[in-house]
Design a protein around this ligand. Structure first.
Ligand SMILES: Nc1ncnc2c1ncn2[C@@H]1O[C@H](COP(=O)(O)OP(=O)(O)OP(=O)(O)O)[C@@H](O)[C@H]1O
Ligand SMILES: O=P(O)(O)OC[C@H]1O[C@H](OP(=O)(O)OP(=O)(O)O)[C@H](O)[C@@H]1O
Ligand SMILES: [Mg+2]
Length: 286
């Protein structure tokens, strides 16, 4: 029988939608109808398991799943023997210490002998130990932000993204202790056949990510401006230059990175570029 890789994905929550989107962008089809907890792909050697995110590192470590998508926060907190294969760039958040808004924050020393509520006791205790702070950690599994207002703790350590949950619970963020994003994790003991499937999947993921981070650019320029424009454009190897029907003009094509996008556009205009078109890239194989 053909070998398949078992991929664990969060059933529903903050990671689910982007995880499914990434799999789809990798061209992998499967049916994840409501309530379905297991599904086979019909065009890639993979089987999907839909699980609670906290259980994913454990399943991957035990070999029940071969690979999985989880937040780094959960992977580090659960401390299971798994390998982090690749950062996926979504579900970005931070783990922060927060105190009631009315408290004047004077520094980490303030947490000495205080009671801190969190769902991340391992990450928090490692951090406090490194910083030489002795505090009591009160572990709770959810709705952590409520703890100070009901007298359960002096402070909290929880996930923050926009900060709006902290704000609506009368809290303020005072220290970031960990930054997280979704990661692909794998078992430390993959068979050679499964490793090969993982490599194929990774190749596709990297092509999808590269496409998102880059844009295809087309522009027109008078031929005398071409050397200056080529200096500005990076290109995958070097820009493509093709003559226009109009004598003395060319069309130049290249690929530019999202991060340097506006600076490059400005430089191109200064160098004499006209009619600049920027289009998204579907997949990019470097
Ligand atoms: N507000 C947020 N913004 C961005 N990423 C977040 C946010 N909250 C959580 N995450 C990331 O998404 C992961 C899953 O969050 P979610 O809230 O869905 O977990 P959960 O409630 O424990 O889900 P489950 O029911 O699967 O156990 C977190 O571990 C974290 O990495
Ligand atoms: O800074 P913010 O943008 O407000 O995001 C932070 C909140 O998001 C997460 O909870 P979520 O909304 O996923 O609910 P949950 O606690 O039920 O998982 C997290 O546990 C925080 O409470
Ligand atoms: Mg969970």
């Amino acid at each position: 029988m053909e070998e398949k890789i078992r991929i664990a994905i969060q059933k529903s929550g903050r990671l689910s939608e982007d995880s499914l989107k990434l799999i789809k962008e990798c061209g992998i089809q499967f049916n994840n109808g409501t309530g379905k907890l297991k599904s086979d792909s019909d065009n890639f050697p993979a089987e999907f398991l839909f699980l609670r995110d906290d259980d994913i590192p454990g399943y991957v470590a035990d070999g029940v799943a071969d690979i999985g998508i989880v937040g780094e926060n959960v992977s580090v907190e659960t401390n299971k023997p798994v390998h982090t294969v690749h950062k996926l760039g979504f579900s970005k958040c931070r783990l922060s210490l927060a105190v009631p808004r009315t408290v004047e924050y004077t520094g980490l020393q303030m947490f000495h002998n205080k009671n801190i509520a969190t769902s991340y006791p391992r990450i928090l205790s490692t951090y406090l130990q490194q910083e030489g702070i002795e505090a009591a950690i009160h572990e709770i599994s959810g709705s952590v932000e409520i703890a100070p207002s009901i007298g359960l703790a002096d402070a909290i350590c929880d996930i923050v993204s926009s900060g709006s949950t902290l704000m609506s619970n009368g809290l303020k963020e005072v220290e970031v202790i960990f930054r997280s994003e979704a990661v692909l994790i794998s078992s430390n003991t993959l068979s050679a056949a499964k490793q090969k499937i993982l490599d194929q999947l990774l190749f596709r993921i990297k092509a999808v990510q590269a496409a998102k981070n880059n844009k295809y650019i087309l522009l027109n320029a008078p031929n005398h401006a071409i050397p200056k424009i080529i200096d500005v454009l990076p290109g995958m190897k070097s820009p493509t230059v093709v003559p226009l029907a109009m004598e003395g003009w060319s069309s130049i094509h290249s690929v530019i990175n999202e991060n340097e996008f506006w600076q490059i556009i400005e430089n191109l205009r200064e160098a004499g570029a006209q009619g600049i078109l920027v289009v998204p890239i579907e997949k990019m194989i470097i």
